[in-house]
Design a protein. Sequence first.
Length: 535
Amino acid sequence: MTDSQAPAPTNPVAPTPAGVRTAADVVTPELVARLTRGVAGSGRTANHTPFTGEKLADLPESTPEDVAEAFGRARAAQPAWAALPVRQRAGVLLRFHDLVLARQAEVLDLIQLETGKARLHAHEEVQAVAVGARHYGRKAPAYLRPKRHGGAMPTLTKVTELRQPRGVVGQIAPWNYPLELSVGDALPAFVAGNAVVMKPDTETALTALWARDLLIEAGLPAEVFQVVLGEGPVVGPEVVRHADYVSFTGSTRTGREVAQGAAARLVGVSLELGGKNAMLVLHDADVEKAAAGAVRACFSSAGQLCISIERLYVHEAVADEFVARFAARTKAMRLGSALAYGADMGSLVGERQLETVRRHVEEAVEKGAKLVAGGAHRPDIGPLFYEPTILDGVEAPMAVCAEETFGPVVSIYRFTDEDEAIAQANATPYGLNASVWTKDARRGHRVAARLRTGTVNINEGYAPAYGSAQSPMGGMKDSGLGRRHGSEGILKYTEAQTVAHQRLLPMAPSLGMDDDAYAAFMTRSLRIMKALRMR
C-alpha cells in the first residue's frame, strides 16, 4: 500500500496527565553514573527511547577483553557466594521482592522509556519478577536440598543426590521484557549459588542495570553479578565462549547459533525462542470474554511478546459475533507515550519491528486479506507507533500466515471442525504458547492436551501459565530448549552429583565367596528385589 492507500487512523490517543515525568526527569546523569558503576566497558555506546528516537544515555561498551575480565571477576567471587547457606542466599531474593514493589515507579519509568510499552504492560514485568523472587526465595531450599535415593544394595548402599552450582552463568537477555527476561531469569541462578555475567540488549540496558543495583542493595555481592554491553554479534559469542552454562532468550535463528557455540564447549544451554502462537475460540465459548481476552493476548506490549497470540482460529458458529466484538474493542484501544497509566498500547521498539509489521500487513492486503481493524502507522503519536491490527482472509503464502510478526498484528481463520482447527494450530515449526476458549472445562483440557506447545491457557491468553511460577514454562519444536520456572527453572543451573556410601560389605566377592558364588548370590538377590517390587 502507498501512503495514499493506507487506511485512515482510527485508534484514539490517550491524554497525557498533567505533571507527568519526562525522559530528562527520569534518566539523569546521576542515575546513569550510579547504574553503570562497575560495568565492564572500555568503549562507549548509547541507548534511545522508541517514543521519540532521542538518546537516553551514554553507556559503557564492552570489548572481548572486557567480557573475559568480567567472567574472571565473577569466577573469583562465585565460590564464596556458593558457600553461604541456601537460606541466606534466598533471603536476598525476598528482600529484592520487597524493594521492587516499593520502588516500582522508578523501574516502570525506565521500562516505558526503553521499550515504548504502555505502563500497565510494563507492570506485568514487575509482577512477574516479584512472583519469581518470592517463589525461589521460599522454595529454593527445598529444590536444592540433598535427596536420599535407594542404593544398589538395600541397607548397605546409602545414596545422596547433591545439587552443585554450575559456576558462572552467561545470560543473553532480549529487549522486549528487559526486567523479567533479565533479572527474572537470573534469580534462580543466583540462589542456586552461581555468579552471572549478563548481556542485556543495549537499548534496554538501564532497566537491567537498575535491577542489578537493587539486588546489590538487597545483599547480593556486586562481583557476583557482572553486566557487559555491546553489539550482539560481538559480545554475545564471547559470553557463550566463557560461560559454564548459557541462558538465552531471543530469536530462533540466533538461538541456533548460541546452541552450536555452547555444544562445541559441551556446556548446557536453555533457549526460549520464537512463537507463532494460536488461540482457539470454540463453538461454546463466551464470546464477549473471548473478545476481551484476545485484546490482551494479541496486543500486550504491542504484540512484542514471545507468547502473544498471532493466529486466531474461531468456530464458524460464533465467528461473526466474535470478530465484531473483537474489532470494536481493538478500534477503541488508546495509544499513548506518557509515563503514566491510561494508554492501552504503546510503541514498537525499533525500525526493524515497524518494517516487519508494515511488510506483513501490506503484503497480506495486496494479496486479498481484509483489514478488519488498524493497519495504520501513527507517526502523529511517535515514530514507531502502529495501530493494533486484525486481518481476515489470510492464506498461504502470505508472510503473516507463517512468519513471526512480533508486533500488534493478528490473523483470523474460521473453522467448523475442531480436529481440523487443532491440526492447523499445530501446523507450525513453533510450539511456545496457545490459548483455548470454551465454557466446557473438560473440552478445554482435552484440546489443550493435543496442542504441541509448552504452555496452554484455557479462557485466557498467556498470563495464567506464565504467572504460575511453580510450573515449567518454555517451548517445544523451534521455540526452544529447557524451561524457566518451577524445579526445572532452578535445577538447570545446577549439576547433579551422586554420592554413594557403601557400608559393611563391598560390591565384590566377600565372606569367603569365590567369583561363581558371588555371581549366584547377586543373581538371587536381583530376583528377590524384583519380587519385592523394589525400585
